[in-house]
Design a protein. Structure first.
Length: 136
């Protein structure tokens, strides 16, 4: 149930054999994101459980889930961009049902993240699901 934007990332990822190139791609995705307004980087939007600082700000439009995010770490900012591609525009009621671990597993991303980054990724997914559930 992945979005077309996520499918495109997965396809592009498959063309890269070297993990350094894949990391560079994830970082580049993060660099292309608009920075989060500093006024939105508050305790209420901060994601607990991440080694880096991470903020996620949800927005529901026409029954669809959207969010903005940011981090002080480039690789984490890229992970936020990947999650954005996975969840952005999905009907809010369907967000909790997305198998993020399975979808991200197609990229084998978690296999190449540190334990702290993997825990942070899970914390971000949990936060996204919680925000969508609360909004539904």
């Amino acid at each position: 149930m992945a979005t077309q934007a996520f499918e495109t990332i997965v396809e592009d990822f498959e063309f890269l054999d070297d993990w350094e190139d894949r990391y560079a791609m994830v970082i580049d995705l993060g660099k292309r994101m608009q920075p989060l307004d500093a006024a939105l980087k508050v305790p209420a939007t901060k994601v607990d459980g991440c080694a880096s600082q991470v903020w996620l700000v949800p927005r529901i439009e026409g029954g669809s889930f959207h969010f903005e995010g940011d981090s002080d770490a480039l690789i984490v900012r890229g992970i936020i961009a990947v999650l954005h591609a996975l969840y952005d525009g999905v009907p809010v009621s369907q967000v909790p049902g997305i198998d993020a671990q399975g979808e991200l597993g197609r990229m084998k991303l978690e296999e190449h993240l540190s334990g702290q980054r993997t825990n942070g990724l899970r914390a971000m997914v949990d936060r996204i699901r919680k925000l969508a559930t609360e909004a539904a």
